[in-house]
Design a binder for this molecule. Structure first.
Ligand SMILES: Cc1cc2nc3c(=O)[nH]c(=O)nc-3n(C[C@H](O)[C@H](O)[C@H](O)COP(=O)(O)OP(=O)(O)OC[C@H]3O[C@@H](n4cnc5c(N)ncnc54)[C@H](O)[C@@H]3O)c2cc1C
Length: 405
């Protein structure tokens, strides 16, 4: 068979990558096991007698339609209702905390659930005859030395790279990859020389992959069960995701190099803050986990994050889009400074003055390095500035009144 282009979409088989010896190991290691439970599962039954909990939804009887995650140290469990009737239940675990042996067979996975998520474990044990199947996968984050080639081949989907199922980035990367590959093939078939563009898009795609893997997942599963840290992370990650990955995609700018160059300073600004922020989360977790009860946060009550989502339904001119990037960078920095103050308040001696002007790209929980790192900066944000830039942010973070005494 001959063809002008070959696009590999063989998924985990990774036909082309293996054939060409382009496999690239990544530092992140993750395992998963999952099964379907016939008849589905309505989580509401677990709290049907709790009026406060029931009152949080607009109406009873709709919770079962949502995907839910149960989180703990080193793992999360997905509960995904399927349109066909069953619910998909999956364990995703970092082997530093939960060995693959503990989840790789149905029996051991059910024992694991009984230990770590006893309410779910008991439900599944009672209905074991309704377990329809069982699947598993070991060490399934991986990279590739290259995904698009001037020799007219490309890899899309998980035949190329895979990060982690948390936040479902798999479909996103299929979207970016297919968009870029389509552009390249169309331009090649139109007779253009695409050599430089192939290299540039290959670099951008792999850069996005590496950045997402490093910032969001690698060496982070230790705080997956720390409610305070994780709520801050999910908020920040969503602002970043909607700001720099979804916004260009929805405006047909994915893979548009000229546009990417124009907004690069704003993207770099957000990227620098994210780098410092993700280390801050790890260090915050190391300060000790606090117990919370009966807490709820609402991201839709914080326009700083919600507007980033509703922006995706609007269309912008290039100038408006650039201005949006700048506004997004300001929100990202403000949120980082607010969360930094929360985390630093837990440092012994509370060394951070409330009126200090903070450089968001230099936040850390190492007071001994603050001066040297350039944390204090006359152009930086005070806490008051940050709260004014991100009004309502406290509604998207845990409220101290929910601290267990
Ligand atoms: C545990 C787990 C959970 C996940 N959760 C999510 C999630 O929630 N959201 C998300 O977006 N992504 C998730 N993913 C990733 C998800 O698998 C991918 O996003 C998506 O399925 C990848 O699509 P794909 O087409 O690249 O590969 P696949 O879905 O694997 O499809 C590849 C296809 O190629 C076929 N094939 C292979 N070799 C050949 C050949 N030689 N000739 C012809 N056909 C061939 C295979 O049979 C298969 O049908 C998850 C992955 C795992 C492992």
């Amino acid at each position: 068979v001959t063809a002008r282009w070959v696009v590999d979409a063989t998924g985990p088989v990774q036909l082309l990558k293996r054939k060409l010896g382009l496999e690239r190991q990544v530092e992140h290691t993750i395992n998963a096991a999952w099964f379907r439970l016939g008849g589905g599962l309505d989580l509401e039954q677990w709290g049907a007698h709790d009026e406060g909990w029931m009152g949080r939804m607009e109406a009873p009887g709709i919770r079962y339609r949502s995907t839910n995650h149960l989180m703990g140290q080193g793992y999360w469990v997905w509960l995904i209702p399927l349109a066909s009737g069953p619910i998909s239940i999956g364990i995703v675990a970092d082997p530093r905390f939960h060995k693959f042996d503990e989840i790789k067979e149905l029996d051991s996975a059910l024992e694991w659930l009984a230990r770590h998520e006893p309410q779910l474990g008991a439900t599944v044990a009672e209905r074991r005859d309704q377990v329809e199947d069982f699947r598993k996968v070991e060490d399934f984050a991986y990279g590739s030395e290259r995904v698009f080639s001037p020799d007219r081949w490309a890899m899309t989907g998980v035949s190329g790279v895979f990060l982690d199922p948390f936040y479902s980035p798999g479909s996103d990367f299929i979207g970016y990859g297919n968009t870029m590959i389509t552009q390249l093939i169309e331009r090649d078939l139109a007779g253009e020389d695409i050599g430089d563009s192939v290299e540039a898009l290959n670099g951008i795609f792999l850069f996005q992959f590496d950045r997402a893997l490093g910032a969001i997942y690698t060496n982070n599963y230790q705080f997956w069960g720390n409610a305070e840290v994780m709520v801050a992370k999910v908020l920040f990650d969503h602002i970043m995701y909607w700001s720099i990955l979804c916004l260009p995609f929805y405006n047909d700018k994915t893979g548009q190099l000229e546009f990417a160059g124009k907004v690069l300073p704003h993207v770099q600004r957000m990227g620098m803050t994210r780098l410092a922020f993700q280390q801050l989360l790890r260090d915050w977790h190391d300060l000790g986990e606090r117990e919370w009860s009966n807490a709820i946060v609402s991201n839709s009550a914080f326009p700083g994050v919600w507007d980033r989502l509703t922006d995706l339904h609007k269309s912008f001119t290039d100038e408006e889009l650039e201005a949006r990037y700048e506004a997004n960078a300001e929100i990202v920095e403000a949120v980082a400074v607010v969360i930094f103050h929360r985390a630093a308040a837990q440092l012994p001696g509370r060394p951070l003055p409330g009126d200090a002007r903070i450089n968001p790209a230099k936040i850390s929980l190492h007071p001994e390095k603050w001066e040297k790192d350039g944390l204090f900066d006359e152009h930086g944000l005070t806490l008051e500035d940050a709260l004014a830039r991100a009004p309502g942010v406290e509604r998207a973070l845990l409220d101290e009144s929910a601290l267990s005494s």
